[in-house]
Design a binder for this molecule. Structure first.
Ligand SMILES: *Cc1c(COP(=O)(O)O)cnc(C)c1O
Length: 306
């Protein structure tokens, strides 16, 4: 029975932009997207202790939940294959095919589609399909759990410098909670800034606080949802289309694009005091770009044919 771990490669890199120099700010990005091509970013951190728990309980079959573009589903499929588990994904909505689900299946994940009504009660779905399966191990949608928050808190152990601000996109808020716990444990003066990717993202505060070990201040910037989860706008697409060639770092419209857009916008609005050091967490998920290809002007070949 092998132990479950990955060697973390996630360097902190500086991003340069005339706007940063003009405002006397330094901006860095922690490349959690480089941890693994599919178990990317926060998804490895969130799964690590969950998978260790499954193994300790001698469970062989991971059961989890997600939408058809879920990075968590794909990360679980890839991690299951890598560490010798079977996996089943319960997918919200009618049967579809897309690059994410193709890659899930390619890693051996069985997919069960279910309507939105039944999808709401995940424990009941688990019981219906796997109640009698002693091997089955339940992993909540998005991997949300105390173990996931613990895994994410370890990101802070890897920092060699002290930052004034850390920014991260928030879905379930588990990653945010883990990072805030890490900041608290190391007694850093760093302010955590979360960018909820949902409309009316204020509800994320309650989700974050579920997993906080101690009460700790943080900021949520709820105005950067671009219409809601997985919604985008011409403005956001344009931002991503400028950011990638400028930095060589891929970002996407669902999470990291919104988070980095927020940083640029807050800088323009003089949110930061001069001299501040800002760290953005690249939480991975770049395959999310594939659901939006045709909205990018780069999608079309505009080169002359000679
Ligand atoms: C899942 C995901 C998040 C959100 O993480 P939570 O812990 O659910 O808040 C952020 N960024 C990317 C790229 C993700 O795939």
């Amino acid at each position: 029975m092998s132990f479950i771990d990955l060697e973390i490669y996630s360097p902190v890199q500086q991003i340069n932009h005339p706007l940063f120099a003009e405002r006397g700010l330094s901006v860095f990005i922690k490349r959690d997207d480089l941890i693994h091509p599919l178990i990317s970013g926060n998804k490895w951190r969130k799964l690590k202790y969950v998978l260790q728990k499954a193994r300790a309980q001698q469970k062989q079959h991971l059961i989890t939940f997600g939408g058809s573009y879920s990075n968590h589903l794909l990360a679980t499929a890839a991690a299951a294959a890598l560490f010798g588990f079977k996996s089943t994904g319960i997918v919200r909505g009618e049967p579809v095919d897309n690059p994410h689900l193709f890659l899930c299946r390619l890693h051996g994940m069985k997919l069960i589609f279910t309507d939105r009504e039944r999808y709401r009660n995940k424990m009941q779905l688990f019981d219906t399909y796997f109640g009698n399966d002693n091997d089955a191990f339940f992993i909540d949608e998005g991997g949300a759990s105390a173990e996931a928050a613990q895994g994410c808190s370890e990101l802070i152990n890897e920092l060699d410098e002290v930052f004034d601000h850390i920014f991260c996109a928030c879905g379930t808020g588990t990653t945010a909670a883990g990072i805030i716990n890490g900041i608290d444990q190391h007694q850093l003066p760093t302010c955590f800034n979360g960018i909820p990717v949902f409309k009316n993202g204020g509800f994320i505060a309650a989700e974050i606080e579920k997993y906080l070990i101690k009460k700790h201040d943080y900021q949520l910037h709820t105005a950067y949802h671009f219409g809601g989860y997985a919604k985008t706008s011409a403005q956001l697409i344009k931002f991503i289309e400028e950011f990638i060639p400028l930095t060589g770092i891929m970002i996407e419209p669902v999470y990291t694009g919104k988070m980095l857009y927020a940083i640029f916008d807050l800088i323009k609005n003089n949110y930061f005091s001069s001299g501040s050091k800002i760290l953005a967490i690249h939480t991975g998920g770049i395959l999310g770009l594939l659901g939006y290809q045709n909205q990018f002007s780069s999608f079309k070949n505009t080169h002359p044919y000679l």
